[in-house]
Design a protein around this ligand. Structure first.
Ligand code: GDP
Length: 296
């Protein structure tokens, strides 16, 4: 179920509630059943769905409500609060500081949209007046440097990479040092997304991280991977200890449940979503407005 449909389903369950002549345990259970079914169909992790159901039931406690209270309002608020909770881990993402270098390191699997997102993020900050540069430390995927170079050139963003050096740690460090010396404010490092072994990929991420000491590590995740989001987010959190997430491919048929599961698995906020293949297809992600929009 795509995100807009999830919103419509939850919305329509809440409208059913508002029309119910009496609000009792049965009506509440029916509402929760509809909402949980919609969340599950959107690939939200089953444990999270159960938790939402239990928390709403606990916080509403319908049998102990007096006659004078507006039960519908209380239930609606409890549902909204739980939905916010699902997408908002309550952790503030890193905020870059003007006038000094801020190093961002991007991690994620090959194909997730990392290289594309690097330029999108760089262009976003450049438009806001920051002095921005890109470093390509993906020596594993043939063509990664060319891709970054092409995107960067189009966006008029300085870049660093190498056709001959094949040690990603050296490239990352050289690039970051060079741009720091040139007083760049935002330096975005693209890393590899695949190796023969997952352990090698994670080892490489750790080495690059130790070398460049990023102020912020961002996990780039494909928004269309559904239930696989949870384990992928967990694995990258353990290996790279990222601080925030960018979900890509949220245009088209992304179910949105992946975003919710990734946030819960890593207790890290989604900061941007990718909404297309072009440079400006990047939107800021705000949990509150996401839930409100989802519910129309
Ligand atoms: P990387 O291997 O992680 O560096 O992935 P790439 O940046 O090369 O992206 C893989 C594919 O996903 C490319 O075809 C991109 O155009 C596409 N892509 C990246 N972000 C988005 C997005 O937000 N929406 C859509 N529709 N496609 C995207």
């Amino acid at each position: 179920m795509v995100l807009a449909d999830l919103g419509r389903k939850i919305n329509s369950a809440l409208i059913d509630l508002s029309k119910a002549p009496v609000v009792d345990e049965k009506v509440l259970d029916a509402l929760l059943k509809d909402i949980c079914a919609a969340l599950l169909a959107s690939d939200v992790n089953v444990m999270l769905v159960q938790r939402l159901r239990n928390n709403v039931k606990k916080s509403v406690n319908i049998n102990e409500m007096g006659g004078g209270v507006n039960k519908k309002k209380i239930i609606q608020k409890a549902v909204m609060d739980e939905l916010f909770e699902l997408v908002d881990p309550g952790v503030e993402p890193y905020k870059p500081v003007k006038g000094r270098p801020n190093v961002f390191m991007m991690v994620g699997l090959q194909g997730a949209g990392k290289t594309t997102t690097c330029t999108k993020l760089a262009a976003h900050y450049q438009r806001k007046g920051w002095k921005v540069a890109l470093v390509c430390a993906d020596t594993f995927r043939a063509g990664a440097f060319d891709q970054l170079k092409q995107n960067a050139t189009k966006a008029k963003i300085p870049y660093y990479g190498s056709y001959t050096e094949n040690d990603p740690v050296s490239i990352a460090l050289e690039g970051v040092d060079k741009f720091k010396a040139d007083r760049f404010e935002i330096i975005i490092v693209d890393t590899s997304g695949r190796h023969k072994q997952e352990t090698e990929l994670f080892e490489e991420m750790k080495q690059i991280s130790a070398a460049v000491q990023p102020d912020s590590t961002i996990f780039v995740m494909d928004g269309t991977i559904g239930q696989a989001a949870e384990s992928q987010a967990k694995a990258f959190k353990e290996a790279a200890d990222f601080g925030s997430i960018i979900m890509t491919k949220m245009d088209g048929h992304a179910k949105g449940g992946g975003a919710i599961s990734a946030v819960a698995a890593s207790q890290s906020p989604v900061v941007f979503i990718g909404t297309g293949e072009h440079m400006y297809d990047l939107d800021r992600f705000e949990p509150q407005s996401f839930v409100r929009k989802m519910l129309g």
